[in-house]
Design a protein around this ligand. Structure first.
Ligand SMILES: O=P(O)(O)O[C@H]1O[C@H](CO)[C@@H](O)[C@H]1O
Ligand SMILES: Nc1nc2[nH]cnc2c(=O)[nH]1
Length: 349
């Protein structure tokens, strides 16, 4: 908000300046008009730059725009999804489990951003998983791609307006908890919104009550019931129990990975795994009343000492996802399955 005020101040100042300069058109305060023109131009460029920076932070997607997208999609599919699923890096396999699908490339959807990251196909897939109608984002948007957090999370609001009451967000993350291993699945029990500490949040800007309230509690961001289902699932899926962990996720802006000092700092703060997504999606989903579940696939160990070799390679991370496809799909299918029983339970009441 302060930032917006700064932009307004600058642009107001810039609007007033021509009025001051107009009367003489020649020399004011000892400056020639050409110098003033250049100064005005520079000021104009600076205010454009600031408003661009601000646009990058401020809200994206009015209720009407999100509704237009939702209507566009609902007019083209008969599926009425109950659960949104966001596929993280290398986790696009989840969308391939759906049956009776209707797919939409992001390029064809009005007002939709495009995916630019390898491992993120860029497609919305409507279909059924465990008999439950779902909507999968096969490819998400990241802040480091140049999208505001609001724009990164806008599809979550689309999910809500097409009828989803639940969100499952998945991601690839680096572990700083040294009890974790590459190939572990960390159920996210909580997060640290580090970018929020610095004043960046998907809910910046005027609030539209049709999406949700101005202020919202985040103490139970991750639904304890869905977390429990995931833990219980581990008892029934071979090879899942031994790789299942629980922890705190932190989103950084990226695209660079962490320095050793940053990794150590986040460890002190109680973070177990770091990524560049999910947190803003969960905030947006909670804002519009969705029940949330999320997990990280641990694709690498963060470099925590200067002696270690740094082994960060996005393509390798994507491969880790492929290797664990079976267990990850089983986990998600079983968690989604409980949404169906929940909904059936409600109907009977
Ligand atoms: O969070 P997802 O989309 O899974 O991707 C993770 O993997 C990428 C880094 O390799 C970053 O985008 C990070 O956020
Ligand atoms: N920030 C961050 N994001 C990741 N995504 C996958 N691994 C990592 C990591 O180590 N750090």
């Amino acid at each position: 908000m302060n930032r917006a005020a700064t932009v307004n101040e600058v642009s107001n100042g810039q609007q007033q300046q021509p009025n001051k300069t107009k009367p003489s058109g020649k020399r004011i305060n000892g400056l020639s008009s050409s110098v003033q023109d250049i100064a005005g131009l520079l000021l104009f460029c600076f205010s454009c730059f600031l408003s661009l920076t601000n646009t990058n932070l401020a809200s994206y997607g009015s209720f009407e725009m999100v509704q237009e997208i939702a209507t566009y999609l609902l007019d083209r599919t008969r599926i009425r999804p109950q659960c949104g699923i966001i596929c993280g890096s290398g986790l696009g396999c989840l969308a391939e489990q759906l049956t009776d699908v209707d797919s939409f490339d992001y390029e064809t959807i009005p007002h939709f951003p495009v995916s630019t990251v390898p491992g993120h196909v860029g497609r919305l897939v409507f279909g059924y998983l465990a008999g439950v109608p779902v909507l999968c984002m096969q490819g998400r948007f990241h802040y480091y791609e140049g999208y505001s957090l609001a724009k990164c999370s806008m599809p979550v609001r689309v999910m809500r307006l097409v009828g989803c009451t639940h969100l499952i967000a998945t991601n690839a993350a680096g572990a700083i908890n040294n009890n974790f291993h590459v190939g572990d699945i960390m159920l996210i029990k909580d997060h640290i919104n580090l970018m929020g500490f610095a004043g960046n949040c998907p809910l910046l800007g005027p609030n539209d009550d049709r999406f949700g309230p101005r202020f919202l509690g985040m103490a139970k961001a991750y639904d304890p019931g869905m977390l429990q289902v995931a833990k219980d699932t581990a008892k029934h899926v071979p090879g899942l129990g031994s790789i299942l962990r629980e922890g705190v996720y932190c989103c950084v802006g990226g695209p660079n990975f962490e320095t050793v000092a940053e990794g150590r700092l986040l460890s002190l703060l109680g973070v177990d795994a770091i990524g560049m997504s999910t947190v803003h999606e969960i905030i947006t989903a909670r804002h519009c009343g969705m029940t949330c579940f999320a997990f990280s696939l641990i694709t690498n160990m963060c470099t925590m000492s200067y002696e270690e070799e740094e082994e960060h390679c996005h393509e390798t991370f994507v491969d880790v996802g492929r290797q664990l496809e079976g267990r990850i799909c089983e986990l998600v299918t079983r968690v989604v399955g409980t949404i169906r029983s929940e909904a059936n339970g409600r109907k009977k009441e």
